[in-house]
Design a protein around this ligand. Structure first.
Ligand SMILES: Cc1cc2nc3c(=O)[nH]c(=O)nc-3n(C[C@H](O)[C@H](O)[C@H](O)COP(=O)(O)O)c2cc1C
Length: 91
């Protein structure tokens, strides 16, 4: 089934393309919620979109804390910094 792309998806794809020469721009911060209801945050590497969908792929150990958190509470938030922004490219 083809997923409708989210409004942020082409923006993110463009940012990834603009920053393709910067390996560090593939890192993002993933915050999950632990069993005590507290946010926990860590850096992970973006491994592409799953089947050209809105879903971000990462590689991790299934025993890691983040996996336990997501099974318990699927809410999460990411934060991603791209040094090469739109303005820097167009000038
Ligand atoms: C630059 C950088 C990239 C990382 N990339 C990953 C990654 O792709 N997957 C991952 O599981 N951990 C990655 N880590 C380690 C995580 O930040 C984290 O320490 C680890 O996954 C354990 O997190 P957790 O116990 O909260 O699940 C990376 C760390 C750094 C500094």
């Amino acid at each position: 089934m083809t997923e409708v792309l989210a409004p942020w998806r082409p923006i993110l794809s463009r940012a990834l393309h603009r920053n393709r020469s910067l390996p560090n721009a593939r890192y993002f911060q993933l915050a999950t919620i632990n069993r005590q209801g507290q946010p926990t945050n860590r850096t992970v590497v973006f491994r592409g979109f799953l089947d050209n969908s809105n879903q971000l792929q990462i590689i991790t150990d299934s025993r890691s804390e983040k996996i336990h958190h997501i099974h318990h509470n699927s809410l999460s938030e990411i934060c991603w910094y791209f040094p090469q922004n739109e303005r820097a490219i167009s000038h």
